[in-house]
Design a protein around this ligand. Sequence first.
Ligand SMILES: NC(=O)c1ccc[n+]([C@@H]2O[C@H](COP(=O)([O-])OP(=O)(O)OC[C@H]3O[C@@H](n4cnc5c(N)ncnc54)[C@H](O)[C@@H]3O)[C@@H](O)[C@H]2O)c1
Length: 433
Amino acid sequence: MKLVIIGTGYVGLITGACFAEFGYQTVCIDKDENRVKDLNNSKCPFFEPGVDALLDKHLKKTKLLSFSNSLSKSIKDADIIFITVGTPSKRIEGEADLSFVWDVAEEISNSISKYCIVVTKSTVPVGTTKEVKNIILKKIDEKDFDVVSNPEFLREGSAINDFMRPDRVVIGCENKKSEDIMKELYRPLYLLETPIISTTVESAEIIKYASNSFLATKISFINQVADLCEKVGADVQDVAKGMGIDKRIGSKFLHAGPGYGGSCFPKDVKAFIKTAQKHDVDMSILSSVDAFNEERVNQITKNFISKANLKKGDQISLLGLSFKPNTDDVRDSTSLKIAKLLQDKGIVIKSYDPEAMGNAKKENTKIQLCNSAYEACIDTKAIIIGTEWNEFRALDFLKIQESSKNLVIFDLRNIYNAKEITNLGFQYFGTGK
Ligand SMILES: NC(=O)c1ccc[n+]([C@@H]2O[C@H](COP(=O)([O-])OP(=O)(O)OC[C@H]3O[C@@H](n4cnc5c(N)ncnc54)[C@H](O)[C@@H]3O)[C@@H](O)[C@H]2O)c1
């Protein structure tokens, strides 16, 4: 089978590299010429563990993978075409901006020359895949292509493993022919007994949004429980442990913190609410989740300012800028939001992140970037642990004490033991403790 992947972001590139690893001839297309040039030189445009080795192997050794700017040339002999372009939030309305998807559908319709399957792998609102079909139908006969919804569930930071060993593969098809081809495509996973969930196109599209929205709901829920814990002398980590051991609840996504961020949850929750509104369906649970999450960074920032008695001109240290560890992605990062709110109050932010400083600087030029966590903690009034990178889990606080006295530590991710830190002479605030 010959595959074409359109869009070489986190999803498209990992999908392309992993399908090449399964043995398929795969061409990845991007309209960004520099990105394609870099990729053809095995240079990954973002940090993702393991992706460099896969690129190297399949570009140079197996030659199963290639990158190109030319969609029309690559599509001609493709069996399956994946749309993996971005679907960001429209800034004000919150609904998904599908302009990249529509552009690609147009381009595909100009180039199909034999039967193929067009797959939406981008996260798209229900009805989008059918709309992609309608766009292509304007130029191509319906017997010459099928559309399929095959949402992606990989997580940045563990994307390759998630793609190669997913909990499930969801394929939403309109007929048996396309379903059989998609099942054949995922045969390497089928052999690992990965559940393949076959549904209608509409159900597949909704499964993705409902899954992300449910996980976001879990996070907001435990964050509200954390706020209660702080008021009544309970510890949210103990509470989450006691809850999560119940198999009906599960322990994942029950970690209290600064709220969910990243390139998916915030925009997907908003888009799902919009879809429900469009169809006159009550999705008020999710509206509360979204509103609470939006407000959380404001509350947290106010809390810092009062607990550390921060004043204009004070310097603080922010450890971690990516929205989670093991990625350099800063899209909707809570650390960056907090940094901006503190800067608005005249507070100077010194920061260190193992991978995300380049991207963070593009978003916030006023952050002072440092070469290490220790450098960021020199002459600081407070430390905020914003992202739980492994290298922040065992900091030498005695070393930090040499240059900064009477420090207040805000451990947003609860990676330290409160007693141990207070015994060293620091003021310590975790989340929900
Ligand atoms: N990032 C994740 O962790 C993740 C996980 C699951 C699903 N998703 C979904 O997958 C989709 C892609 O997300 P991403 O993070 O990979 O996006 P991204 O923004 O990192 O990458 C999108 C890429 O598409 C390219 N592109 C846009 N228009 C194009 C066109 N007409 N032709 C060729 N290339 C074009 C862009 O240049 C860019 O490189 C989104 O819908 C997202 O919600 C993302």
